[in-house]
Design a binder for this molecule. Structure first.
Ligand code: NAG
Ligand code: NAG
Ligand code: NAG
Ligand code: NAG
Ligand code: NAG
Ligand code: NAG
Ligand code: NAG
Ligand code: NAG
Ligand code: NAG
Ligand code: NAG
Ligand code: NAG
Ligand code: NAG
Length: 613
């Protein structure tokens, strides 16, 4: 009897802490090997048999088109036979509301495997954008009976409303799903002291002000460090005058991000200290880099440089809703964001809040206009922090609508006080596929986003680990947002530049196995060592450390005897690697020393679907 594996994803959030620094910790340590409930069901039928698990309209469109809407189908292969390319299996949508302009296809599907297929449609003449009705998914192919599946759909891209439900229906657009790798930048006044405890009492350097105000009895000892270094009468706001940006060269930054192989960056526009590095109306705040030293619109300079020199980079911003010590946040404050004036922890004197402008309603008079200012500057992700009281539904609905009118797809994360479009584990990854889009963020520093002068150079993340963490994350539907912490003058330290560039050489060389790929539900990871990605045209096997002379893959990868497996990237890209199925069904690749020595960090092998049979 033939059995199939039913891949019901484990919805438990299977978070794995990243163990930096060094290369000894493996990204999957502590995670489970088996990521879903495996149940053996009798295969229901001979030949090719397809079961439509889900077909739906999405609110996204293919980038670079005149809003060709994406419909999505999830298909399980429940028969005994494979789908192969010469069957020309095609997926179309039939409906009075939309016409298929870009059919989906399945070139290969193994019994027990699942395909997620995108189909492009446009509204039929006279059908209003955002109207609803019924649609039918039709799957056809040579030697197959047509199968159909009816569902309710939205025709075209709807207009969002200022409600929780409406903005929750928004989802991460294709550019973001495909971009995989971004650079996070924590640069603000905290870079002036640029210090956080290291070792077992480590603290984020960008939390300096808060930690120092926590007094003498905390393990992080920022209170003591600040006293010894600056004395009792020096306040956090005194650092503003020393935030010089004197060596800030935004072209150098965006060129570095491109060299790193990143597809987007997320600049901190305002952290919890409330100091914004962009311009704001004078009735909102004057606690900005424009009204205060260094009297420059640093965010605008960065966005302009990106637009001019690296226009393919997507531009995005981090934004903290609360400010620790904003006097007008006191009525809303909670936990580590109490609001209200700071005191000098050494003298107990109540401190002014430099650049303060009184607002009656912090949410409508400060958060909302600040978010709107970032949208006007052209941010493509509003990467919020902390959440709390918010007008995110009002902001995001208007922003999604106006961006769509300009043909742009923008998104928000899950920290704007609403669920948002993606989740954001911090210095952590998931051990299994999460079908909701996610993005792991962490510093190149082992435990800081902002620059930390106390961190020894050899503790910064190494290129090998950047690559292996990236491949692990993307195999599970994540993106990787890796942070740099520039110094107060705008210098990104040499070790960060060097390691980003070294990883970037590898990433560019292996881009086809990274960008525009998706995860594999059956087995996203095999032990500590092998990860998988796929496109409609090929399947990629990535070994996270140097393979031995034989690499055995036990997962049921879509390999058919006779396939030519090739090397992706490195100095022998395209080389055919001898391959065969073992008696137990495992795939074995013979990896010569030449192939092994032709690459570094991680080794990628490709099963292409177009050359078969
Ligand atoms: C895009 O499509 C809309 C209808 O969906 C049409 O009105 C418009 O002219 C098209 N724009 C371009 C540039 O083709
Ligand atoms: C596809 O190729 C296989 C192997 O060559 C062959 O057996 C099969 O008949 C072909 N199918 C179609 C629909 O041409
Ligand atoms: C199967 O579906 C395709 C695509 O919609 C269509 O062209 C074809 O006529 C259908 N075949 C049958 C037998 O209904
Ligand atoms: C479509 O929506 C209608 C009305 O809400 C409902 O009765 C029907 O069951 C839905 N059809 C499907 C296939 O979900
Ligand atoms: C701090 O300021 C107070 C009040 O002006 C003064 O009495 C004290 O001596 C100052 N401390 C130091 C270390 O200068
Ligand atoms: C920027 O600041 C760092 C740290 O103080 C210093 O080492 C470096 O020389 C400065 N760079 C420039 C170009 O001034
Ligand atoms: C400041 O207040 C704390 C807590 O009330 C107290 O322990 C400390 O002695 C005070 N320091 C000064 C300089 O008054
Ligand atoms: C709190 O800060 C504001 C803004 O700087 C200032 O006007 C006010 O005097 C401060 N409050 C106290 C009690 O010092
Ligand atoms: C701030 O100024 C702008 C422009 O003059 C105005 O539209 C807005 O209502 C003002 N905000 C508040 C809270 O008064
Ligand atoms: C965000 O704002 C909405 C609407 O006011 C509110 O329901 C929600 O609780 C807020 N989120 C948080 C985390 O406070
Ligand atoms: C990914 O897709 C984008 C947009 O279609 C395209 O520009 C890019 O070249 C693709 N990248 C790879 C590695 O295929
Ligand atoms: C390579 O072979 C050695 C010796 O048999 C074994 O200990 C090691 O785990 C193998 N490495 C991989 C990645 O399979």
């Amino acid at each position: 009897m033939i059995f199939r594996v039913a891949a019901w994803l484990d919805s438990t959030k299977d978070l794995t802490s990243l163990q930096l620094p060094g290369t000894t910790a493996n990204p999957s340590i502590g995670s489970r090997l088996h990521v879903f409930a495996v149940s053996l069901l009798p295969a229901n039928g001979l030949g090719v048999s397809l079961d439509v698990q889900l077909a739906r309209s999405t609110n996204s469109w293919f980038e670079g088109t005149n809003k060709t809407q994406i419909y999505e189908a999830t298909i399980n292969s429940v028969g005994t036979d494979w789908i192969v390319a010469n069957q020309s299996v095609t997926l179309t949508i039939e409906s009075d509301g939309v016409n298929t302009v870009q059919p989906g296809y399945i070139k290969r599907l193994r019994p027990g495997d699942q395909a997620r297929v995108q189909i492009g449609v446009v509204n039929a003449d006279g059908v209003a954008q955002g109207s609803t009705g019924t649609a039918t998914l039709v799957i056809s192919g040579d030697g197959l009976p047509n199968s159909t599946y009816g569902f309710n759909a939205t025709f075209g891209i709807p207009t969002y409303e200022a409600t929780y439900e409406s903005i929750y229906a928004h989802e991460s657009p294709p550019w973001y799903q495909n971009a995989k790798y971004g650079i996070f930048i924590h640069w603000g006044v905290y870079a002036v002291p640029g210090w956080g405890n290291t070792g077992s009492n480590e603290s984020y350097a960008e939390w300096y002000w808060w930690d120092m105000n926590e007094g003498p009895s905390t393990s992080v000892e920022t209170y003591q460090y600040n006293l010894a270094t600056y004395g009792e009468n020096h306040t956090y706001d005194d650092f503003i005058a020393n935030f010089s940006a004197s060596a800030f060269d935004p072209k150098e930054w965006v060129d570095l991000f491109d060299d790193a192989g990143a597809k987007y960056f997320v600049q901190v526009s305002k952290h919890h200290d409330g100091y914004a590095i962009f311009d704001l109306p004078s009735n909102v705040t004057q606690r900005t880099s424009v009204a205060l030293p260094p009297y420059r619109n640093l965010l605008q300079e960065l966005f302009d440089a990106a637009a001019q020199y690296q226009p393919q980079l997507h531009r995005a911003t981090y934004y903290s809703l609360p400010e620790w010590f904003h006097p007008d946040y006191a009525s809303l404050g909670f936990a580590s964001w109490p609001g209200g004036n700071a005191t000098n922890p050494y003298t107990n004197v109540t401190l002014p809040y430099t650049g303060y402008v009184h607002v009656d309603d912090y949410v409508s008079d400060l958060i909302l206009p600040e978010m709107q200012a970032l949208a006007t500057m052209g941010t493509e992700i509003l990467w919020c922090d902390i959440g709390g009281p918010n007008m995110t539904a009002e902001f995001a609905s208007a922003w999604f609508n106006s961006a769509a009118q300009q043909g742009k797809q923008v998104l928000i994360n899950n920290r704007c006080g609403t669920p948002g479009d993606f989740d954001t584990p911090e210095y952590a990854t998931y051990g299994s596929v999460q079908t909701r889009k996610w993005e792991s963020n962490m510093g190149m520093d082992p435990f800081s986003y902002g620059y930390n002068r106390a961190t020894p150079e050899d503790e910064y993340i190494l290129p090998e680990r950047i690559v292996t963490v990236l491949m692990d994350i993307i195999s599970k539907n994540g993106n990787f947002l890796l942070d740099v912490g520039p110094q107060e003058n705008g210098t990104i330290i040499a070790i960060e530049q060097q390691n980003l560039r070294a990883a970037g050489v590898w990433i560019k060389s292996h881009s086809e196995a990274i960008f525009n790929t998706t995860y594999w539900t059956v087995t996203p990871e095999e032990g500590d060592y092998v990860r998988f990605t796929q496109t409609p045209d090929a399947f990629y096997i990535t070994a996270l450390s140097a393979p031995n002379s034989t690499l055995t893959v036990n997962s049921p990868v879509p390999y058919i005897s006779g396939d030519q497996v090739t090397v992706v990237g490195g100095n022998l890209s395209g080389t055919v690697v001898p391959s065969q199925l073992l008696a137990n069904g495992s795939l074995q690749l013979n990896v010569s020393d030449a192939v092994k020595n032709a690459d570094e960090y991680a080794w990628v092998f490709k099963i292409a679907y177009d050359s078969e049979m």
